[in-house]
Design a protein around this ligand. Structure first.
Ligand code: NAD
Length: 476
């Protein structure tokens, strides 16, 4: 439900789309074809739990089939609605186009608060929901490939892939019907961390350029930058952890569903996460100041704000109080259309969701390719690469000894050089490359056109242009 005075999530996405197409040269017919959501399937199914039948409502929305399969997560939350899944499916179409993942856009959701159910009950519910979608090809390796989203993870994906395999016993590609699976069920190294890792790569890329730093009034790289994160779930936790451990960021605020934590000197992300896992929230965490109305921490002084929980959290009611010069949308749609306008007028730079959280679908793409290839990345090359490197080291050492040159390699060099890339290294490298290339495409439009003043419009222009080209080549 949208807050009073705000457009719905779906309307907000359309309004952002409209800002971009106004600057493009598309025929009104094609523009409308790209904007609309192709179809939304609503299913209501019953599951017998605790002695009585409970009815659940789920959705699978397909926004655009300019490329197939279509791709998009499945969300479990009490407030899932048709409007929300359609907005998220549209964002998936544009996101996949921006990062050149060859998929159309889709999204699914189930109205459920997963915290209210035991694991075996969730399995029953998930299998039943999956059954309803599989029998209509709304889960299928070549048609529609879901992934985790809010409230779902590897565990749910493992149940879904097993359910698909039971219903399609002769499909040799059954593992490719869903991504974000555990490794033993056909997953890929680095998928769990991928969205947070992508947020880190996006920020690194942004801070690499002097023009970008000038645009937000900050100097230097990420080292020492103060960060506030909302939502320490899959995306927020990994982003915050990597930024703290690998880039020297200071995480001064963490906001969760039951309040916020604050420490000017920096919170220990892992320790807060451990507390949440054990206690179900951040309340009573002993090593920081607790704020009951956590959302106000989004309005505090910090260099980077990372909303990583849900949509619509920065809206007409609080946008003018948000002070961060850089906001990176790790969640989907955390800034409403109206809030976006207020923040831009104030001079804040917004790194848009379509780019910022694309790490998940990028690594999902790698997982899908791995499943279709039936082989782990690096399996053929790793030892061969290592033995070629060994040859070079042996030769250098032989030359040094033979000629009495007294060369010695720097400490640690040999181990690093000899180490052939395994799946995790390859996935991270592919993700880094994808984020850099996508950022390059956006920044070319952002800096290259006088009528484009922000990264979101630039992202939409790149994405819509690619989707339009696909439709045109299909004869539309
Ligand atoms: P998650 O369920 O793992 O984590 C969400 C976190 O937000 C939880 O810790 C929850 O307690 C917290 N939260 C809920 N309500 C809150 C509130 N009012 N204030 C503060 N915190 C609150 O979900 P996730 O997978 O990390 O997804 C988060 C966002 O990122 C969603 O918008 C999702 O669509 C988007 N996203 C996720 C992925 C992915 O790979 N998981 C990929 C792309 C985008």
């Amino acid at each position: 439900m949208a807050a009073p005075g705000e457009p719905s999530f779906r309307e907000s996405v359309d309004m952002m789309f409209n800002r971009a197409v106004a600057l493009m040269d598309l025929s009104p017919g094609l523009e409308q074809k790209i904007r609309v959501c192709n179809s939304t399937y609503t299913v209501r199914f019953g599951v017998r739990l605790r002695g009585k039948i409970e009815t659940f409502t789920g959705y699978r929305s397909v926004h655009s089939e300019h490329m197939e399969p279509v791709k998009g997560g499945i969300r479990y939350a009490g407030n899932v609605s048709q409007d929300e899944v359609e907005a998220l499916a549209a964002l998936m179409s544009y996101k996949c186009a921006l990062v050149e993942a060859p998929f159309g856009g889709s999204k699914g959701g189930l109205c459920i608060d997963p915290r209210q159910y035991e694991e075996h009950e969730l399995e029953q519910i998930t299998r039943r929901f999956a059954y309803e979608l599989i029998k209509r090809d709304l889960i299928n390796p070549s048609q529609n490939v879901p992934a985790p989203d809010m409230g779902t993870g590897e565990r749910e994906m493992a149940w879904i892939v097993d359910q698909y395999a039971r219903m399609n016993t002769t499909d040799i590609n059954s593992r490719a019907c869903v991504t974000g699976k555990p490794i033993n069920a056909g997953g890929i190294q680095g998928r769990v961390e991928a969205t947070g890792r992508g947020v880190q790569f996006a920020l690194r890329e942004y801070f690499r350029y002097p023009e970008e730093r000038r645009a937000c009034g900050l100097s230097g790289d990420l080292d020492g930058k103060s960060v506030v994160v909302q939502g320490l779930g899959n995306v927020g936790y990994h982003a915050a952890l990597f930024l703290q451990r690998e880039d020297g960021c200071k995480i001064i605020g963490i906001i969760e569903h039951d309040g916020g934590l604050w420490d000017e000197n920096g919170l220990d992300v892992q320790s807060v996460k451990d507390w949440i896992v054990t206690h179900g929230g951040v309340k009573d965490y002993p090593e920081a100041t607790y704020v009951e109305n956590g959302a106000v921490l989004m309005e505090s002084d910090c260099d980077i704000l990372i909303p990583a929980a849900m949509e619509g959290v920065i809206n007409l009611h609080n946008a003018d109080r948000v002070k961060a010069p850089v906001i990176i949308e790790a969640a989907n749609g955390p800034i409403t259309f109206g809030a976006d306008e207020i923040l831009r007028k104030k001079g804040a730079v917004i790194i848009p969701d379509m780019f910022a959280n694309a790490g998940g679908v990028t690594v999902s793409y790698f997982e899908w390719v791995k499943n279709l290839g039936h082989i782990r990345f690096g399996r053929m090359q790793r030892r061969q690469e290592e033995s070629r490197h060994q040859l070079l080291i042996d030769e250098l050492e032989r030359l040094s000894a033979e000629k009495g040159l007294g060369w010695s390699l720097s400490p640690g060099f040999k181990e690093k050089y000899l180490h052939g890339a395994g799946e995790l290294e390859l996935v991270r490298s592919g993700l880094d490359d994808t984020m850099r290339t996508a950022y390059g495409a956006m920044r070319e439009i952002w800096h290259g056109r006088n009528d484009v003043t922000d990264l979101r419009v630039a992202a939409y222009i790149v994405a819509i242009d690619r989707v339009a080209k696909s439709y045109r080549s299909k004869g539309l």
